[in-house]
Structures are given as C-alpha cells and as structure tokens.
Design a binder for this molecule. Structure first.
Ligand SMILES: [Zn+2]
Length: 444
C-alpha cells in the first residue's frame, strides 16, 4: 500500500485545521508519531508509483545520524531528543547545547502556543542544527486531544522563523528486515530497532495461532513494512505489509490486503483470514469514513495521524460492544465528548467517542456483553458532524482497529485475484531476505 491512497482527509479534519489561525497553518505541518525519528541509511528517491521490477537498496549499516545537507561550508543535521517529564522546548534545546532563543520566543508568542507546547513525555523532539549549536529547524509531534497527532514544524528561512509554505515531501518506502533469533523475540526485535508499532502489530497478527514469546533461538522472522520518510529522515512507520515466521521448522505467513482506502486485514498465502477478530462491528453496516494512520491534507499539505477509525452514521444510531468486556470509562472528555472505554482483556481495550448519549445502565465498573448497546452516535466533543470515532488500544497504544480487532472479511473472487498479485510482489521481497546476509535492507 502506498500513502497516496491516504491523500484525502475527512472534511471534519479539514474544518478543524482551518479553525486554527491561518498564519500558523503552514508551519503546523503535521506528521504522525509512530516511531522515533531515528535515521536509517536510506536512499530517499521514493517513487510516486510502485514500478516493477523493484530496485533494491541494500543498507549494510545503520547510520548514527540522519541524512544531512551542506549549505555553504556548514553541515546541518538533525538530532533527536526524547521529551522528559516537565520538559519545555527551551529546556530541551538547552540540554542539546543549542541556542534557540529566537525560536523559543517565536513559539511562545504564537497564538497557538498553549496548544502547541504541550510536549508529551516520551515523544521525540527533532532539531536541525550544525556543529556550532545553531538552530535551523524544529519538529515535534503533538496530541490534539481528539485521537489525532500533528507534527509541529518550524523552519528558519533567510534568518526568519516562519511557516514553511512548501508541500510536505513525505514519502513511503518499503523496509524489509530479517531476524534470526538468538534469544527471545521481543528482545531481538527491539535490538534490531523494529519500530514499536510494527512490533505491536506483529504480535497481534498471529495471536490466534501462537505467541511471539514462544519463538525459540534459530527461528526466523522476515518483515516488510512501510517507512515514512520526511525530508530525508525516517519519521514513522506505516503498515506491516508482510511477515513470514519460521517457527520450529513451520512457516507462517501473513500478507496485508487493503479492502479499500480506509481499511485492510491480514490473509495467509491462500487468502484466508489469519485472525478471527471480534465477531461484530460497533456500528452494524456503517461505512468507514476515515481509516487509521496517516492522512495528508490536500490543501494544507499537512500530515496527521488518525489514531482510530471513523464510522459514518447518523445521530442516534446504536453503538454496540463488539466483544465482552469491562466498562473502564464512561465519561465526558473535552476532545472525545461522551466516551466509553471497554477493557476486553488485560492488553486490549476499545474506545468510543462523540456519542450523543450513553446506553441504558452503562456505568464505569460494570460488565458488558458483545452486542449490548453502549451508546448512540453523536457529535459531542471536538467533532464537526455525527460519526463514531472508534479506537483499539493494545497496552494503551492505539493500533489499527481493522487489522487488530474488527472481524476479518473473507475475500471475494475479484479481491482474491488482486490479493494474489499483491502477495506475489510481497513474497518476492520476503524470499529475497533469505539470501541477504545483512539484516537491514530498504526497497526504494
Ligand atoms: Zn476519528
């Protein structure tokens, strides 16, 4: 899948952004936080289409720093710093030894400062600097309290801090990885710097069949996933596209297949669903109007991360629990409006937002059975029209509901043919890995 499919954004999001002060639109260039902005040694000439044959760019070594460019004689490069509790931008810049007084002043005097400067502990602040500690650019991801994340980007042009009016040159490349286990899968995947959300997804794909923790030394994991490149730096990962796991000599494969531009699921080599998922949808028969993941705004050239999926449905449509669970939250929140959160098991919970009303007897602490009404579609909180914003969280991290919890639809004959074509390309990537001695490769 490529991100051009995601190049549309629901009207509600557009309206939301337009509500922001116009002078700031350009610079609130939005990008998702799905992983850290660690640099891969990547060739960035990503394509607009997916031509065949694939040109393979093999990277033997991870680079310590992202791609840098020369301007005059001074090298500028990007650095990452993790936001610690209580951090301000000024404090982080100070810690990095960067003189960024004018940038801080610019930020703090902005009309959006209050919203923009809520740095999230654990998030990554990426700065562009040179050896003299001069600041040229700054980016960080920010939660808008409504299941969305935006990337705030500042740039210094001709000595002036300003909004970048250029389109965001974000590209998607396919990253292929192969890991032969010498110890536990979790440790090995983390050591190989597989992005956390890809690891999360990987854990879920085969959870009906086996746990990743059951893999033994000698077992092998091959992966193909999307990496989002922004200005030469890997800033996020997209979908896990294909995975093969050799477990005790037995091969397990899963391929992502997009049903439409908003959702997809995993199928085995024969096109059968890999995972059962919930037995029902939260809103029966409703269309998904906005999927999970990256969205690019066509006018504002901003990217954002949608942490759930939106169902289009009229006000008052009943929302049912898709599986049994415990009601952990039944409350009104700023962004989410009337929301309910259900914990289905110690790891997995679901969230329902913008409801017009709660279902009868729905109270925090209670239990709920699959199919029982938890509330009704509405537009409370930060919402511009009636819809259900539905999130699935694993260990409190939002994951794609379509691939992790919703029922996996079977493939029609036409879809099966499309799936086969897609699978062949991805299988070729996975097979390629068997013959590559290094464990990092990037297909451009
Ligand atoms: Zn939403």
């Amino acid at each position: 899948m490529d991100y051009r499919k995601l190049l549309h954004i629901p009207q509600k999001c557009a309206a939301k952004l337009i509500n922001h002060h116009l002078s700031w639109l350009g610079f609130a260039a939005t990008l998702p936080l799905l992983g850290t902005a660690t640099a891969f040694g990547v060739a960035v000439g990503a394509k607009e289409t997916q031509p065949e044959p694939v040109v393979q760019q093999q990277v033997v070594e991870r680079l310590a720093l992202p791609a840098f460019r020369f301007e005059g004689s001074q090298a500028r490069y990007w650095r990452d710093e993790t936001i610690k509790r209580g951090d301000t931008i000024a404090r982080v810049l100070n810690r990095l030894g960067i003189a960024g007084k004018d940038a801080s002043a610019f930020l703090y005097n902005s009309p959006l400062a209050k919203d923009l400067l809520k740095l999230k502990t654990g998030a990554t602040l990426t700065v562009q600097t040179n050896d003299e500690g001069e600041l040229f650019g700054l980016r960080f991801l920010q939660d808008d309290d409504n299941g969305e994340q935006i990337l705030v980007a500042l740039e210094k042009k001709d000595g002036q801090w300003q909004a970048s009016a250029d389109p965001v040159a974000a590209q998607s490349v396919e990253t292929v990885r192969s890991i032969t286990l010498k110890r536990g899968a979790a440790a090995e995947l983390a050591a190989a710097s597989i992005p956390a959300d890809i690891r999360n997804q990987l854990e879920q794909v085969f959870c009906d069949q086996f746990e990743l923790a059951s893999l033994k030394p000698g077992d092998r994991i091959n992966l193909v996933y999307e990496t989002m490149i922004y200005d030469g730096v890997s800033i996020a990962s997209g979908n896990l596209l294909a995975v093969s796991i050799l477990r005790g000599g037995q091969l397990h494969q899963a391929f992502y297949f997009a049903h439409d531009s908003e959702s997809g699921a995993y199928y085995d080599g024969a096109g059968k669903p890999v995972k059962k998922g919930f037995s029902r949808q939260p809103v029966a028969g409703a269309k998904i109007s906005s999927g999970f993941g990256l969205r690019k705004h066509p006018v504002l050239h901003t990217l954002r991360m949608h942490s759930g999926i939106d169902y289009a449905a009229s006000k008052g449509t009943p929302i049912v629990a898709p599986a049994d669970g415990e009601l952990v939250k039944v409350e009104r929140e700023n962004g989410y409006g009337n929301m309910v959160m259900i914990r289905h098991n110690p790891k997995l919970s679901t969230l329902y937002a913008h409801m017009s009303a709660f279902g009868k007897g729905i109270k925090a602490g209670g239990r709920i059975k699959a199919g029982e009404v938890i509330g009704y579609v509405g537009s409370t909180g930060r919402s511009t029209g009636a819809h259900l914003h539905f999130e699935v969280r694993i260990n409190d991290q939002p994951v794609d509901p379509a691939t992790n919890a919703l029922p996996t639809p079977g493939l029609s004959r036409t879809q099966l043919a499309q799936f086969d074509a897609k699978k062949q390309t991805l299988s070729a990537r996975l097979d390629l890995l068997q013959s590559i001695p290094v464990n990092v490769a990037q297909i451009d």
